[in-house]
Design a protein around this ligand. Structure first.
Ligand SMILES: *[C@@H]1O[C@H](CO)[C@@H](O)[C@H](O)[C@H]1NC(C)=O
Ligand SMILES: *[C@@H]1O[C@H](CO)[C@@H](O)[C@H](O)[C@H]1NC(C)=O
Ligand SMILES: *[C@@H]1O[C@H](CO)[C@@H](O)[C@H](O)[C@H]1NC(C)=O
Length: 250
């Protein structure tokens, strides 16, 4: 048992020291527009810089994202779209780390990338997939104090990879002990007039199309009544995602 373990270990050491073995992430990387993403690419045994070349490319178009050759980055080989957005860490090369940081990402950056590492004539590469992450969050939860007869606004801001107009449903509900009461619903890009509860008829509305486009689903409540006080929920549903925020009216 002990003997076979030792042989096994010896074999793997031989394989590692003979072949160029490039390592990367274990799965796809998810991005959000405007964010940044680190594309890991490294070797366990550092390569002398004079024997090294590292190519970062997109696999679909062969576009050069970054090229490190002859001991330096080659900005003139790089595609315009990645100028000032692809950061290669020269100081980490000595540790066998050839990772690339991509900043200000957009949906156009999704796809397959490869990191090709050359040591003299030898080469090895890894593939990395970048995809859009799915996210849905709602913020705005707060307390509003208002007198009967006044108007007020209940905040609800939706942040998502889905354009607000395309959300399946945004609902404002009043929390009740038995069942929540629908105050107003926004479905498939518009307010559903029939969804407005009779107690709120002509008293509630969302803001303009431009505001909704920004994810502003705040509810305007006019001529506040004593019975309006309580907890309101702004709930958003899209496919299997959902999120909500709560506003208290005092
Ligand atoms: C490679 O370098 C980057 C930038 O300094 C760092 O964030 C990352 O953790 C390093 N990766 C490894 C495997 O050392
Ligand atoms: C509602 O949102 C607006 C705009 O972001 C902000 O100015 C206001 O303070 C918010 N109201 C409350 C009560 O948090
Ligand atoms: C929503 O839009 C209204 C009208 O422009 C504005 O007063 C309010 O502050 C906005 N709320 C948020 C949370 O952005």
């Amino acid at each position: 048992m002990k003997k076979s373990l030792i042989i096994c270990f010896a074999l793997s050491v031989v394989v590692l020291s003979n072949g160029l073995h490039v390592l990367g992430p274990s799965g796809p990387l998810a991005i959000q527009p405007g964010g940044s993403v680190m594309l890991p690419c490294y070797v366990q045994t550092p390569i002398p810089v004079e024997e090294l070349e590292v190519e970062w490319r997109r696999t679909d178009s062969e576009t050069v994202v970054h090229l490190f050759q002859d001991g330096e980055s080659q900005p003139e080989s790089q595609d315009q779209a990645y100028r000032d957005r692809a950061h290669f860490f020269i100081e980490d090369i000595a540790r066998g780390n050839f990772s690339l940081l991509l900043t200000d990402v957009t949906t156009k950056d999704t796809g397959l990338y490869k990191c090709v590492v050359y040591r003299n004539q030898e080469s090895n590469e890894i593939l990395i997939e970048i995809k859009m992450s799915e996210y849905l969050t709602v913020s705005g939860g707060h307390v509003v104090s208002v007198y009967a007869g006044e108007d007020t606004t209940m905040n609800c801001s939706v942040h998502s990879h889905i354009p607000p107009e395309e959300l399946e449903e945004v609902s404002w509900k009043k929390r009740k002990t038995d069942e929540d009461m629908v105050v107003l619903q926004f479905v498939n890009g518009q307010t559903v007039p029939e969804s407005i509860h009779e107690a709120y008829r002509d008293r509630v509305e969302l803001f303009s199309r431009e505001e909704i486009h920004k994810g502003n689903f705040s509810l305007r409540l006019k001529n506040v009544q004593i019975e309006d006080k309580g907890f309101y929920i702004c709930e958003v549903f899209h496919e299997d995602l959902s999120a909500n925020t709560r506003v208290e009216v005092q």
